[in-house]
Design a protein around this ligand. Structure first.
Ligand code: PLP
Length: 387
C-alpha cells in the first residue's frame, strides 16, 4: 500500500508517553507513579450498586444524553457545591469519560481554520483533538514555579479567528488552581472576541489548602459561552468506568449532543445509575476524599524533597512536579526512561505537556493517587537511588 494508513492529522502524535512509560515500568517491575489512575478502587458500595443495576436490567441502549437520574444528580451537585443552576433536560450531556466530552465538544463546534487557544503545559488529549477538527492551535505558556496566567500574552493570542480556549482547572500536570479573577479575565476576552471557553474540570473536588474550585459556569461572562467538562473517574476512583459529562447552555448543548450521538451514541446504563448514586453521597464522602488526598500529597511532596528533588506543592489535582536539575539531571525524557530500571520507580517526563518540548524538560511529574504502601515504597526506592 503506497498511501499512509494513519490520518495525516494524527501522524505527528505517535503513541502517548503514558503507554511508553507504563511499558518500561512493567519491564522493570517499577513502582508506577506515572499515569493518573489510582492503584485502588473506589468504594465497594458503589460497585455493588452497579452490579445490582446490571442484574436488574435493562441492559440496553439508553437516552443519548444519559439517564435522567444521573443528569439530575449532576444538576443537584452543581447547586450543592457551586450554587449554579443547571437544567437537567437541556444543559447536561453524559459522555464516555471527560475524554469523549472534550472530543464531542470540539468536534461539535470547530471548523477547519478556527483557532483554539491552549494553555501549556496542557493535558495531552487537547492538541490531537484540535488537529482532528482541522483547527489551528495557539499556545500560551504558563511559566513555573507559580504558573500564573500571563494576561498580556493571552490577550495577544486572541483574535477574531479564535473559536475557543481550553482551560484545565485544576490543572494537570502542574496542579495550578485558577482564581476567579483569572477566569473572569478569560471571560472578558471570550466576550470581546465572541469565543467559547472549554473547561476541563475533572479534578474539581481535589483543591487543597482551603481554596475553592471555581467552575466556569459560575463566571457571569461565561455562563452562556462555556462548555464545562467533568468526570466521575477521579472523584470516585473508578477511571475504568469512563463516565463523564458536558455542561453547557441549551444552544451549546445542541452542538455537543449533535456530535456525541455519532461518536458513542450513548453510555453505559448500569454504571450511570451507580454514579448517580455516588454523586449524591453525603458531604463526608467528599471531605474524606480531600483529606486522604491531602495526606498523600504532603507525603509525596516531603518524600521527593528529602530524596533531593526540587518540588512544587500543587494547589489541586493529584500530581507533583519535580525539578530534576537539583540532582544534576538536565533532561526529563532520558531521566524518566532511566528511572524504572535504575531506581525501580516510574514517572512522566513533563516536557510532553508542552508544544516546545525544551520548555518543560527540567520537570518530571509524579502522581499521588496511589495507596500509602505504593507511595512509601516509591519514596524509599528514590531515596536509596539518589543517595
Ligand atoms: C485533565 C484531564 N482531563 C481528562 C482526563 C480524562 O478523563 P476521563 O477518564 O473521564 O476520560 C484526565 C485523565 O487523566 C485528565 O487528567
Amino acid at each position: 500500500m503506497n498511501r499512509s494508513i494513519i490520518n495525516k492529522a494524527l501522524r505527528p502524535f505517535g503513541t502517548t508517553i503514558f503507554t511508553e512509560i507504563n511499558a518500561i515500568a512493567k519491564t522493570y517491575n517499577a513502582v508506577n507513579l506515572s499515569q493518573g489512575a489510582p492503584d485502588f478502587d473506589g468504594p465497594d458500595y458503589i460497585k455493588a450498586k452497579a452490579a445490582e443495576c446490571i442484574m436488574r436490567g435493562p441492559n440496553q441502549y439508553i437516552a443519548s444524553e444519559g439517564i435522567v437520574e444521573l443528569r439530575r444528580a449532576i444538576a443537584h451537585k452543581m447547586k450543592r457545591f457551586y450554587d449554579v443552576d443547571v437544567d437537567t433536560e437541556k444543559e447536561i450531556t453524559v459522555t464516555s469519560g471527560a475524554t469523549e466530552g472534550l472530543y464531542a465538544t470540539m468536534m461539535g463546534i470547530l471548523e477547519p481554520g478556527d483557532e483554539v487557544i491552549l494553555l501549556e503545559p496542557f493535558y495531552d488529549t487537547y492538541p490531537p483533538v484540535a488537529a482532528l477538527a482541522n483547527a489551528n492551535v495557539r499556545y500560551v505558556t504558563l511559566r513555573g514555579p507559580q504558573f500564573e496566567l500571563p494576561e498580556k500574552e493571552l490577550a495577544a493570542a486572541f483574535s477574531p479567528k479564535t473559536r475557543a480556549i481550553v482551560i484545565n482547572n485544576p490543572q494537570n500536570p502542574c496542579g495550578k488552581v485558577f482564581t476567579r479573577e483569572e477566569l473572569a479575565y478569560i471571560g472578558f476576552l471570550c466576550e470581546k472576541y465572541d469565543a467559547f471557553a472549554i473547561g476541563d474540570e475533572v479534578y474539581e473536588h481535589l483543591v487543597f489548602d482551603g481554596k475553592n474550585h471555581v467552575t466556569l459556569m459560575s463566571i457571569p461572562e461565561l455562563r452562556e459561552r462555556a462548555f464545562v467538562i467533568s468526570s466521575t473517574a477521579k472523584t470516585f476512583s473508578m477511571t475504568g468506568w469512563k463516565i463523564g459529562y458536558v455542561l453547557a447552555s441549551p444552544e451549546l448543548t445542541k452542538a455537543v449532543r449533535m456530535s456525541h450521538q455519532f461518536i458513542t451514541f450513548c453510555g453505559q446504563s448500569a454504571l450511570q445509575e451507580a454514579m448517580a448514586f455516588a454523586i449524591d453521597l453525603p458531604d463526608t464522602f467528599y471531605t474524606e476524599l480531600l483529606d486522604t488526598y491531602n495526606r498523600k500529597r504532603m507525603f509525596l511532596f516531603e518524600g521527593l524533597k528529602e530524596a533531593g528533588l526540587n518540588v512544587y506543592l500543587p494547589e489541586g489535582a493529584y500530581y507533583v512536579m519535580a525539578d530534576i536539575r537539583s540532582l544534576g539531571f538536565e533532561e526529563d525524557s532520558t531521566f524518566c526512561r532511566m528511572l524504572p530500571e535504575k531506581a525501580g520507580v516510574a514517572a512522566i517526563p513533563a516536557s510532553y505537556f508542552w508544544k516546545d518540548r525544551t520548555m518543560g524538560k527540567e520537570y518530571v511529574r509524579f502522581c499521588f493517587c496511589k495507596t500509602d504502601e505504593t507511595l512509601k515504597e516509591g519514596i524509599l526506592r528514590l531515596k536509596r537511588f539518589f543517595e
